[in-house]
Design a protein around this ligand. Structure first.
Ligand code: ADP
Length: 262
């Protein structure tokens, strides 16, 4: 990508949340000066600030990760883990968001346990990115289905939504950096176009593949594979810590979706 295009894209992504934060602070200050600030309105406004701070954090995190990947400095922290329960836990943890957006979420699996060598944090990142898109681009009363299939070599995770879909000629570019389907017809939310390029890198670092199937006005299905293999693992169990941090990571990855905290 041309350098200038990169900077103008990124600058815009930074400017929007910063403007919201500054504007919100201004409103709060005006209300303080007038002596008319209620706890409820303060809560609402600090929520805007928090959510847009998370958007900035997500953007910075994604940029740092992509730069690290580019120079080969990004590493996985793999353990032998039950990947089915990792994926199930992550899916169920976003139920609050789907409920808030009046979307029906279903989880289904062919198998309860598959131990494989993977990085749980990165699997979470992959899932949250795809799920947050599914929520973003699916209207009220739509459906999202997460399904796990497997064969002897790999597990296959499919995330299918009944949302706006992606035009055929755009299917190739959405995994590219900053690849977005332009035009306001399907954009009910903000986004930077980095998420899916990160997803693709993370899946490929695990030795898997990601693909998409979609029809405009019918919905989209993202499928990724993770090879099944058990390796000698030296990493200790950091599961407790992981669960503790999950809530915040969810807020970061879902910061583009407005209706949750408003
Ligand atoms: P963004 O932050 O813009 O959502 P992504 O890299 O996550 O960036 O996605 C790239 C583009 O792919 C999006 O801008 C959107 O046009 C399209 N897209 C991704 N997931 C879906 C989906 N589930 N339904 C419809 N369009 C989608």
């Amino acid at each position: 990508m041309i350098k200038n295009e990169f900077f103008s894209n990124i600058s815009h992504e930074f400017r929007t949340p910063i403007n919201i934060i500054l504007g919100t602070m201004q409103v709060i200050n005006k209300n303080i000066e007038k002596g008319s600030i209620s706890i409820d309105s303060l809560k609402k406004h600090t929520n805007y600030i928090r959510q847009n701070s998370y958007r900035l954090l997500r953007l910075v995190n994604n940029l740092i990760d992509i730069s690290k990947m580019d120079i080969g400095m990004y590493e996985l922290r793999c353990c032998n883990q039950n990947i089915i329960s990792i994926i199930e836990d992550i899916t169920l943890s976003v139920a609050g968001y789907t409920k808030n957006n009046k979307i029906n979420l279903v989880f289904d699996t062919d198998i309860e346990e598959v131990i494989t060598y993977c990085d749980p944090d990165k699997i979470e990142r992959i899932m949250l990115n795809i799920l947050s898109n599914a929520i973003k681009y699916t209207p009220e009363y739509g459906d999202i289905e997460v399904k796990i299939n497997y064969n002897e070599d790999e597990i296959l995770v499919s995330i299918k939504d009944s949302g706006v879909g992606i035009p055929k000629d755009k299917l190739d570019i959405i995994f590219d950096r900053f690849g977005q389907v332009n035009g306001s017809f399907n954009r009910k939310c903000e986004g930077s176009g980095i998420g899916l390029s990160l997803v693709k890198n993370l899946v490929e670092m695990h030795g898997g593949k990601v693909s998409v199937n979609s029809k405009v006005n019918k919905g989209s299905e993202f499928t990724f594979s993770i090879p099944i293999r058990v390796e000698k693992s030296t990493c200790s169990d950091y599961d407790a810590d992981r669960k503790y941090k999950h809530v915040e990571r969810c807020e970061i990855e879902f910061s583009d979706i407005y209706s949750m905290s408003m």
